[in-house]
Design a protein around this ligand. Sequence first.
Ligand code: MV4
Length: 502
Amino acid sequence: MFSKVLVANRGEIAVRIIRACRELGIETVAVFSEADRNALHVRYADEAYLIGPAPSRDSYLRADKIFEVAKKSGADAIHPGYGFLAEREDFAARCADEDITFIGPKPSSIAAMGDKGKARATVIKAGLPVVPGTEAVGNMTNEELLATAPSIGFPLLIKATAGGGGKGMREVKTLEEMPALLSSARREAESSFGNGNVYLEKLVEGARHIEFQIMADSFGNVIHLGERECSIQRRHQKLLEESPSSFVDDELRTKMGDVAVKSAQAVNYVNAGTIEFLVDKDKNFYFLEMNTRLQVEHPVTEMVTGVDIVAEQLRVARGRQLSYTQEQIKQNGHAIECRINAEDPFNNFMPSTGRITHSLLPTGPGVRVDTGVYPGFEITPYYDPMIAKLIVWGETRGQAILRMRRALEEYRIVGVRTNIPFHQTLMDSHRFMGGQFDTRFVEEKFSMDDAIESRASNSEIAAILATLVAHQQSELSAQRVKRNERDASNWKWVGRWERMHR
Ligand code: MV4
């Protein structure tokens, strides 16, 4: 049992965690850097302590400072949020040593999933599907990798075992070019993670990135809260997430959910976690990796399931059982999250810094904004450029898109450039409306230039979407088609509209 939580993070996620604690009557302790003296998480917490200069390595990554504050304030638990210390096995282990509850999984689960080679081996041993590739654990030599490559087949990917975010990843088309690519992948992995280990996977082409939220308690109960579609990303940075995925039907959801739960069980998982999958166009799916933390995009799952994931994290960390069984989890409606970044979409998404002089947040039915900034706050270059998450809920995907368009129009941020125009363009894209996209979409098929013309036909697009919504509703009420087929027919409808207007 604990009564005071130290939030070892900043920005919107620190605020999100403090809010959950408040509702549960748990006291909160914030830590902050010199750049964050006026930050929202500092104002919202019951107590706040300065832990060092602006750079993360001198503040939010200083485990020693954080334990010092925990002692001083009498905090009996630490929530790490995402990033920073969230997936550091040694940090979670030290919490146990200091008799402080780490609100997250066991150090052994973090370690087992943190090494992507070990994670693959564990999941294979549990009889679960992974992308064909190397199965050994530990450092494979170039000779071993070159000998195994032909049996995996080309094209394949070299990936860093310490990896994530595409760092140290290389696409290999032939055996001849492989030695040079192995060297450069190892060099990049060594400089990024201090670990040059790599493994091989067959390249899955045209895949979608779909992940499952799981929750587990310390009594061995593990449930999943359905999927999130995360294919809309640029350079391995997610820009938009939605739930459910229009690509996942009930049958696929049951199968993938079962694999997600079993993957978590394979590492005796407790607390919130995410299983990432690649899903190809024929709906074959493969375990990719597990994130052993609360994720940025958790709100879309909260909006469709009604589960407060952070409250549930606090509950299971306090030694209680999950408040839900798998049967009680139902997906209701559709949620979309746009990550609002301080960056210029018209200038290669360059980070934008400065003081926010004015801002007007969208509100109204079905709209949620999670943010750590406010007018007067200065955006510095020290941290992630994500300044807010705009999340909307609608009864159908079409309604959620309409609502997102409305909310993006209402949103005003003055003082820094943001990627709001990118999201507006995306909402108007026919491919996005039709759910016809994979992980290459933003980089290969999407241009801000298309935007400029299509913004002119604003009212026209609203009209199409409104018709789309009406169409979905009539099918819903008649219960003529299942969810997946309904989305296929939407696409047909948008296609027809496109041909008409060519
Ligand atoms: C892949 C893949 C295709 N085939 N693995 C990129 C980051 C890392 N976490 C995994 N990634 C990928 N692994 C195989 N075998 C394609 C990607 C990938 C990707 C994955 C998820 C989200 C966005 C992506 C963008 C490009 C490539």
